[in-house]
Ligand binder design. Structure first.
Ligand SMILES: Cc1ncc(COP(=O)(O)O)c(C=O)c1O
Length: 371
């Protein structure tokens, strides 16, 4: 048994590993059901063979191929230029590099919770002082900017947000984002925005501008795996106007992947030119499944409550029974139905419930199995 105090085990991984060998269907995923190669070829109207024709098999440039960065700049941002973008082996690597470039032990970091665990654990493992601002389930998982300001007044180097939000499916209004950026500006706080579910808004008007486009100290992180449902192509990116930060991030990346796969970058640079087509396919799975969500009032007899999300394909289902642990209920569900959902303990929150994904083709079966 190896113990590395710099990288304590993630609770999500430990929980999932405890089911290893059991044939369970994951109903906790945050991305829509992944594209197959055939489905992707049909959706974009082009074969992989022609996409990959003549691809260079040398190392890719460490900041990412220009063609991919141009695609991102043109189709995913308003004012971010190709040289303000860098690509990574997934969003996870981008996040790790940004934290390590921006922070030192002792720095104060604020994160929203419930939270995707690495967003909190990476800075915590670096020795940063990480505080949590809990979203308010009673008010549709809203973010209280007055509470955020209290932390800013006490000194905060970095505020970390994630909209569309994993695990609640919450988002901000356009006005709330403007007010938040203004607050960060006033207190000179860096704003790291994990935007990996951008593209999964259920209506176009709920799509927010990116933080990198909105704020000079804003950093946006995106990925092809989540919002676009292609996790088998390992391409993430970051966008930021600050050149010094981009250089520091690139330096950290030199300790990790150094550069991406040329094959992945070539496919991503074409596929990401068609975000609307990808979104259309993803919503064709998500929206019918969402209509089943309102039927979910109990899980194996345990009463639950839901705020219907307007974005993404995961939802935080609140457990109304305070006598039973969410982990016990999740284990009962796994045993009795064959579906795996995640208990709220994995999201560093005091709020009780489960993360359920509704981007899976078998979602209706899951609802029936839990009746
Ligand atoms: C909020 C959030 N950010 C980042 C990631 C990392 O994405 P990837 O594994 O594709 O790099 C995930 C993955 O689940 C996520 O939920």
């Amino acid at each position: 048994m190896f113990v590395n105090n710099n990288f304590p085990q993630l609770a999500m991984a430990t929980f999932s590993a405890s089911f290893k060998g059991n044939k369970l269907t994951s109903m906790h995923n945050t991305n829509p059901y992944p594209f197959s190669q055939n489905e992707l070829e049909k959706t974009i109207g082009c074969s992989f063979a022609s996409l990959l024709n003549g691809v260079d098999l040398g190392f890719a440039p460490d900041e990412g191929n220009l063609a991919l960065r141009q695609t991102l700049s043109t189709f995913h941002y308003d004012g971010i230029k190709a040289d303000e973008l860098m690509t990574f082996a997934g969003a996870q690597e981008a996040l790790f590099c940004v934290y390590n470039a921006l922070l030192q032990a002792g720095d104060k970091v604020l994160v929203i919770a419930p939270v995707y665990e690495p967003l909190l654990k990476i800075p915590q493992n670096m020795g940063c002082k990480v505080s949590i601002v809990e979203l308010n389930a009673e008010k549709n998982w809203s973010l209280d900017l007055n509470k955020v300001e209290e932390y800013f007044k006490a000194g905060t180097r970095l505020f970390v947000i994630n909209y569309p939000h994993n695990p609640t499916g919450a988002t901000l209004s356009h006005k709330e984002l403007i007010d938040l950026v203004e607050l960060c500006h006033q207190y000179d706080v860096w704003l790291l925005s994990d935007e990996v579910f951008r593209g999964l808004e259920h209506t176009k008007q709920d799509q927010l501008p990116t933080v990198a486009d909105s704020y000079e100290k804003g950093i946006s992180v995106g990925v092809i795996s989540k919002g676009y449902a292609i996790p088998g192509i390992r391409v993430g990116w970051m966008a930021c106007h600050n050149d010094e930060l981009c250089k520091a991030v690139n330096n950290v990346k030199g300790y990790l992947s150094v550069c991406n796969s040329q094959l992945d970058e070539r496919v991503a640079s074409e596929v990401l030119k068609l975000p609307e087509k990808l979104t259309q396919r993803n919503l064709s799975i998500i929206l019918p499944n969402k209509s089943h969500l309102s039927d979910l009032t109990s899980l194996l007899g345990y009463e639950v409550k839901i705020n219907l999300p307007k974005v993404g394909c995961c939802v935080f289902v609140e457990l109304e029974d305070d006598k039973v642990s969410t982990e016990i209920v999740a284990r009962q569900i796994a045993e009795q139905t064959g579906f795996l959902i995640f208990p709220s303990d994995l999201f560093c929150t005091g709020q009780k419930g489960f993360r359920i994904g509704f981007g899976h083709q078998q979602f209706a079966d899951f609802i029936r199995a839990c009746e």
